[in-house]
Design a protein around this ligand. Structure first.
Ligand code: CA
Length: 336
C-alpha cells in the first residue's frame, strides 16, 4: 500500500459515459442499467477500517527487485479465444499481466489471474493482500482462486448470458471470494484481508466490472484513461466529501486506510459497473502500487506507446519502480 496515492479521477463523467454503475449492496438484487452514479458514502454497513501494513523503508536496502512469475506461460496467450470483444488472438497480444514486488517491500502480497471461462467469456482479476506478516499474500491468493472457481461453476450452470445474469454471476463470485477469505481468517485467527477487482468480458462487447477496495479498473478509450471503479479508501471518501483536496489526499498519512475490503465482514458491499466496450478499448486492472506511482498522464502516454499489452505492462511496472516502487505493483491489461 503506497502511502501516497493519486486521486486523479474521483468522479466519472456522466451522460456519454459508457459506464453504468450498480451500487446495490444486495447480493441477490439485479439493478437495471441506469445513469445512477455510485454512492460512495458510508452507509453504516461498512465501518470497518482496515489498517494496512506501513511500508518498511529499511527494506529497500535489503530486498532486490524480484519479479514474480506470471501465472501463465507465454504460450497460454494463444489460448485466448478470438473474436470480437476478446481481442485478437495471437501470442502476446490480447492480454498482458505482470506483478512485481517493487523496490521497498520484502513480500509481494498482490495476486492476479486471467482465464477464458468458456468460448465467449473471460475473467480478469487483481487483488492486493493486506496484513503484512498476517498473511496478506494468502488472502489475495484465496480471493482470486475462489473468484475464478466460483465464476467458472456458475457460468457452467447458466444458459442466459444477458446483462442481469452475468452481473449477478460476478457479484456472487465476488461474494463467495469474500466468504472464503473471512472463513480462512477465522480458522487461522488472522486479520487477513485483500482488495479484489475483476472484469468479466463477454465477446459481445460487454464488460462487467466489480470492485472492493482500492485496486482500480480503468477504461482506456481513444487514448484517454477513465477510472471505472471507485476507491474504498478513507482519503478517496474525504476527497469526494470535499474535506481533502486531491493533492492533500496524495500525501495524507491515512492514505493506507481502506473502508471496505474482502475478508472483513461476512457480506461485503460490492460495486458493480457495466461497460459497453468498443473495439480498440483497453481495460486496465491494477493495484495501488502501480497507480500510486504513475500519474494518469504518464500512464496514458505509456499505454499509447505500447499497443502490445505485455510490453505496456512491463513499461508500466518499470516506471512505477523508477518512481519509487514503494509497494507491490500488479496489473492486467486487456485489449478489446
Ligand atoms: Ca498495495
Amino acid at each position: 500500500m503506497a502511502t501516497t496515492k493519486k486521486q486523479e479521477t474521483p468522479t466519472k463523467p456522466e451522460g456519454a459515459d459508457p459506464v453504468d454503475v450498480d451500487d446495490s449492496a444486495d447480493a441477490e438484487a439485479t439493478v437495471g442499467d441506469s445513469d445512477d452514479t455510485a454512492a460512495p458514502a458510508d452507509d453504516g454497513d461498512e465501518d470497518t477500517l482496515v489498517l494496512q501494513e506501513p511500508m518498511n523503508p529499511d527494506a529497500a536496502l535489503a530486498a532486490p527487485t524480484v519479479e514474480a512469475p506470471a501465472p501463465f506461460p507465454d504460450d497460454s496467450l494463444d489460448a485466448m479465444p478470438g473474436g470480437s470483444g476478446l481481442g485478437a488472438p495471437g501470442k502476446g497480444f490480447g492480454v498482458g499481466g505482470l506483478t512485481d514486488v517493487g523496490r521497498v517491500r520484502e513480500l509481494n502480497e498482490d495476486n492476479w489471474h486471467w482465464e477464458p471461462l468458456n468460448g465467449d467469456t473471460a475473467l480478469y482479476a487483481v487483488a492486493d493482500g493486506m496484513g503484512g506478516h498476517d498473511r496478506g499474500e494468502v488472502a489475495s491468493q484465496v480471493a482470486v482462486e475462489t473468484l475464478f472457481d466460483s465464476a467458472r461453476l456458475r457460468l457452467e450452470a447458466i444458459s442466459e448470458r444477458d446483462v442481469p445474469t452475468l452481473r449477478k454471476l460476478l457479484r456472487e463470485a465476488m461474494q463467495t471470494a469474500n466468504r472464503a477469505v473471512v472463513t480462512m481468517g477465522e480458522q487461522q485467527d488472522s486479520n487477513m484481508g485483500t482488495t479484489l477487482c475483476s472484469a468479466l468480458v463477454h465477446k459481445d462487447a460487454d464488460a462487467y466490472i466489480a470492485n472492493v477496495g482500492d485496486s482500480r479498473v480503468y477504461l482506456v478509450r481513444k487514448g484517454e484513461l477513465q477510472q471505472v471503479s471507485q476507491d474504498h479508501s478513507l482519503v478517496a471518501y474525504l476527497v469526494q466529501l470535499g474535506e481533502l483536496t486531491e493533492e492533500e489526499a496524495r500525501n495524507h498519512p491515512s492514505g493506507n486506510i481502506l473502508v471496505r475490503s474482502i475478508g472483513s465482514v461476512p457480506e461485503v458491499e460490492i460495486d458493480l459497473f457495466h461497460v459497453a466496450v468498443e473495439k480498440g478499448d483497453r481495460i486496465l486492472l491494477c493495484s495501488d502500487g502501480l497507480w500510486g506511482e504513475i500519474t494518469d498522464h504518464d500512464m496514458e502516454s505509456i499505454l499509447a506507446a505500447n499497443p502490445n499489452p505485455q510490453d505496456a505492462c512491463r513499461v508500466l511496472v518499470d516506471t512505477a519502480n523508477a518512481n519509487g516502487g514503494r509497494d507491490n505493483s500488479t496489473l492486467v491489461l486487456i485489449n478489446i
